[in-house]
Write a new protein. Structure first.
Length: 148
């Protein structure tokens, strides 16, 4: 059975709310899920999972948050080929680079199966349902890869 890890960082709680809803969607499928805040995770751990989901808010003018920088740099030294991945995050459209942290993480990962999932600031009830659906869809894709 495939294992999924979800690593995220949240400043105001918006990305954490997304992570919680995505996690709920994954758990509904019965797959094994580990959730970690990025400060408690090492990029090397990603090699232990078949499914990788990363979540980050966008800071400043389209940058990764400081808490994610070490993890992001550590990702250079690991082999992620053959793993399935996705990225999500909250963002603020008042900045020119809406959700650029999501785009940076997508570029770093090889096997993205879903488009980057971005939500404006705090997720609404409908957006939380979309997060759950995102998690379910990711898990279903991973399960279908297992069955090949």
């Amino acid at each position: 059975m495939s294992k999924i890890v979800l690593v995220y960082v949240s400043l105001t709680g918006n990305t954490e709310e997304m992570a919680d809803a995505i996690s709920e969607g994954i758990r509904e499928t019965g797959l094994e899920l580990t959730v970690k805040e990025v400060i408690d995770a090492s990029a090397n751990e990603l090699e232990d999972y078949q499914g990788i989901i990363l979540g980050a808010y966008t800071w400043g003018d389209g940058e990764l948050p400081d808490e994610f920088l070490d993890f992001y740099e550590e990702m250079e030294d690991i082999e992620l080929n053959g793993r399935i991945s996705a990225v999500f995050g909250s963002a603020d459209s008042s900045y020119a680079q809406f959700g650029a942290a999501v785009d940076l993480l997508l570029d770093k990962l090889n096997e993205n199966v879903l488009e980057g999932f971005k939500i404006e600031l705090s997720p609404s009830k409908e957006e939380k349902e979309a997060c759950k659906a995102f998690g379910r869809k990711f898990a279903e894709i991973l399960q279908s890869e297992d069955n090949k």
